[in-house]
Design a protein around this ligand. Structure first.
Ligand SMILES: Cc1cc2nc3c(=O)[nH]c(=O)nc-3n(C[C@H](O)[C@H](O)[C@H](O)COP(=O)(O)O)c2cc1C
Length: 401
């Protein structure tokens, strides 16, 4: 992969068969809006704010491929009845000049705290958030879930999405299979990197088959779980090389951490323990407070905190890569592109300022206003927002413009 110091982040770029108007992607932030049964105006307005704010691509998230795959209440489960309202979503985003991505996934062990059937994992492990054990996936479960990914992808294409992003990170099902700590299986789904990567590759292959060649298919892949004995760079780079050789994906978005075991690793900065605990009933509230130091350790925030890991992927792979994690400055974006990353994805910076891309384009200013307080994290349970944005200015809320 050659580097190019002259790439303009505001110029169009292609991802698979899709041309985006620029290289800025709104990363998945579960919106926590509506009932989870349908796509309402609030959800559309939430994404229209970043679309009209200048991004090339915005990501609807998190969308479960099956009922037992939800990681939080009110998440959409992708099913045929949603096509009409999902199409309203994609048309609204396209009308604002942006493309629409949908993040598809199965929450796996992270689903242990949601509903009765959730908590599927490679092996039986204790889920402290749910105070119960996960259920080891059977061969039938895995075949069914691969099919579910394919069916959801076909629905996404019918609904007009330009990009399908597969969630292979954060301790969700596919990521938990990649983890040597969570995956202790001795069958064809566990053991060597090739076996632990089997689910990721099968999902990507089925999705590509069902999605066809008119849309881009990407994956958000963990580089490191941030957990002793979990996925680390040697195995994640090897997994990425297998995915690249399969030719099923158009790009990889590089992430890390685990919503199941170490959520702060994917955010850095202060851990909003009190705000999170307040959302849970007893005894889960007490459990979270008692385990917070271990479950939610704080990490100092650094601009582009995943860049040192992501560089190892850039060196090893030739496929397009999306840099993510703590991007809050325009000069970070330009230097990442000059280093050979094709796109950048931002989550919190765009919750703080949905029009950040336009502002950067016009003012050529470098700094975003997000302070990484992470108080947006617990807001997913009542409509995801930045607590520094006044209620009347929040996208997706009544009274917002
Ligand atoms: C409120 C909130 C909700 C999130 N929801 C999701 C999600 O549904 N799926 C996902 O893959 N990542 C999710 N993330 C993680 C972000 O996509 C991103 O990986 C992380 O915030 C680091 O990027 P940033 O430094 O630009 O914020 C969420 C982040 C936040 C702040």
């Amino acid at each position: 992969m050659t580097t190019d110091p002259t790439i303009d982040p505001f110029e169009p770029a292609t991802i698979g068969p899709i041309t985006l108007r620029n290289r800025f992607i709104k990363a998945a932030t579960f919106e926590g809006l509506g009932t989870g049964k349908d796509v309402g105006d609030d959800l559309i307005d939430f994404h229209r704010a970043v679309a009209s704010g200048g991004v090339g691509l915005t990501t609807l998230a998190f969308c479960a491929v099956s009922r037992d795959g939800r990681g939080a209440p009110k998440e959409l489960i992708v099913r045929p009845e949603l096509v009409v309202s999902l199409r309203r979503f994609t048309e609204a985003i396209n009308a604002d000049g942006a493309a629409a991505a949908i993040q598809l996934g199965h929450a796996g062990p992270v689903a242990a705290a949601v509903g009765r059937g959730g908590g599927l994992a490679p092996s039986r492990v204790f889920a402290p958030q749910a105070l119960r054990f996960t259920r080891p996936a059977t061969e039938d479960d895995l075949c069914r879930i691969v099919d579910d990914f394919g069916a959801a992808a076909a629905i996404a294409v019918e609904a007009g999405f330009s990009v399908i992003e597969l969630h292979f990170g954060h301790g969700y099902l596919v990521s938990s299979f990649l983890s040597p700590k969570l995956n202790r299986r001795t069958d064809r789904w566990g053991g060597s990197v090739e076996r632990r990567a089997r689910l990721a590759r099968a999902v990507a292959e089925r999705v590509r088959e069902r999605a066809g060649s008119s849309v881009a298919v990407t994956a958000k892949l963990n580089m490191a779980d941030g957990v002793a004995g979990g996925l680390w760079l040697d195995d994640s780079v090897a997994t990425a090389l297998l995915l690249e050789a399969d030719g099923t994906l158009d790009a990889l978005e590089l992430t890390g951490g685990s919503s199941f075991q170490n959520p702060m690793y994917l955010f850095r900065g202060d851990a909003p323990v009190a705000e999170m605990a307040a959302l849970f009933p007893q005894p889960l509230r007490l459990g979270l407070k008692l385990t917070a130091r271990k479950f939610m350790p704080t990490y100092p925030f650094e601009e582009a905190f995943f860049l040192p890991y992501a560089r190892q992927f850039r060196d090893a792979l030739s496929m397009p890569l999306v840099l993510l994690g703590g991007i809050n400055r325009l000069d970070t974006v330009t230097s990442a592109l000059a280093e050979g990353f094709q796109f950048v994805a931002m989550a919190r910076a765009l919750l703080r300022e949905p029009d950040l891309v336009n502002r950067w384009r016009v003012e050529r200013q470098h700094e975003g206003l997000c302070v990484h307080c992470n108080k947006c994290m617990p807001s997913i349970y009542r409509g995801t927002h930045c607590v520094l944005v006044p209620p009347e200015e929040r996208p997706g809320r009544i009274g917002s413009s």
